[in-house]
Design a protein around this ligand. Structure first.
Ligand code: NDP
Ligand code: OXD
Length: 309
């Protein structure tokens, strides 16, 4: 059996080292030097070219390098009946929680306003709001959203989450389903989007959603760019309906140079780095799953393609 490795950026050395340390006899093929396609039984990939995974007749499992699998499910030629395993590993979770905490605190402590004051050389204190009075709402209470929620609760924020099914997380108010969406937004001052991209969630952050938030609310968009209707977001920021946004993901990446978000004074912008898979712990997850598969045990964190995540 051989494992195909295909990444978008140069992760090669660190991943190769980690995989071979964990499984010294592993037959690792780094794309595009894959040898005989018939040897490939497992694929560990990020953004493979469309149709690529069809060329491996003996492929048994596809592992996504990232938590999101939209880079795979958007391929109309994805081989049917090959399970997809999404990435669940502690390094990715910890990185996302750091990013969400940093961003929530940034908006909570008015840092966009202080940056504006600094540009204008204004020395003025803004009244501090206790965390317990700041209502944070997390869309998506899965692996990443629930960890961020737990840490925000520990910092005494007033935390709610929205998911498909109801959740019972200590200190987190649970909203769910279509009927829970607007009530959830109405009680949210800082909205964090950690949903997967599916047919149901595409374009979910639109003018209607922004109108439901309290005036001046902030958005932290770390799921996928396609969740956001960008024109509606821009209009909401320009009108003051939204007070600010931390944007890490965009419909088009890299973000085109002409995008108005680059220079928007109420936007913090990062290039899809909210969290990154950590080689060592990610490879532990993959190797453990390959061992399980070979032993005939169920794979962990298989995607339900009917739900889309
Ligand atoms: P999970 O699959 O663990 O969690 C997804 C959550 O979203 C679940 O709580 C699920 O609800 C909820 N959900 C899905 N569809 C709906 C819907 N239609 N309505 C309401 N809730 C819904 O995913 P992860 O937490 O591991 O990852 C989330 C996403 O974060 C990834 O898909 C990826 O897009 C993004 N990401 C971004 C990164 C970055 O650097 N910017 C890095 C890593 C991930 P339920 O629990 O009821 O099923
Ligand atoms: C992911 C990502 O899905 O990096 O893990 O966006």
């Amino acid at each position: 059996m051989a494992l195909l490795f295909k990444s978008d950026i140069d992760r090669g050395d660190a991943w190769q080292r980690a995989l071979l340390e964990l499984e010294p006899g592993l037959d690792l093929r780094e794309w595009p030097e894959i040898g005989d396609p018939a040897d490939i039984e497992y694929a560990l990939v990020w953004q493979p070219p469309r149709g690529e995974l069809r060329s491996y007749p003996n492929l048994k499992v596809i592992f996504s390098i990232g938590a999101g699998i939209d880079h795979l499910s958007s391929d109309p030629e994805l081989p049917a009946n090959v399970p997809i395993v999404r990435m669940v590993e502690p390094g990715l979770t910890a990185g996302m929680t750091e990013f969400v905490l940093m961003s929530v605190i940034y908006h909570h402590r008015f840092m966009l306003d202080y940056a504006d004051q600094r540009r204008k050389k204004i020395w003025r204190e803004l009244e501090q709001v206790p965390a317990a009075e700041r209502r944070v709402g997390i869309m998506g209470l899965g692996v990443l959203g629930s960890d961020a929620a737990e840490k925000l609760v520990a910092l005494h924020f007033d935390v709610a989450g929205w998911s498909r099914a109801p959740k019972d997380l200590p200190g987190v108010e649970s909203y769910h389903g279509a009927e829970g969406f607007l009530p959830f937004l109405r009680r949210t001052d800082i909205l964090v989007c950690l949903l997967p991209l599916t047919e149901e969630t595409e374009g979910i952050l639109d003018a209607r959603a922004f109108a439901a938030l309290p005036r001046g609310a902030a958005l932290i968009s770390v799921g996928r760019g396609q969740h956001v209707v960008e024109e509606d977001l821009l209009a909401a920021l320009d009108s003051g309906r939204l007070g600010g946004a931390s944007l890490d993901v965009f419909r088009e990446e890299p973000l085109p140079r002409h995008s108005p978000f680059w220079d928007h004074p109420r936007v913090l912008l990062t290039p899809h780095i909210a969290s990154m898979t950590v080689a060592r712990t990610a490879c532990e997850f993959v190797i453990e799953n390959i061992r399980r598969h070979k032993a005939g045990q169920p794979l962990r964190h298989v995607v339900d393609l009917d739900k889309g995540y």
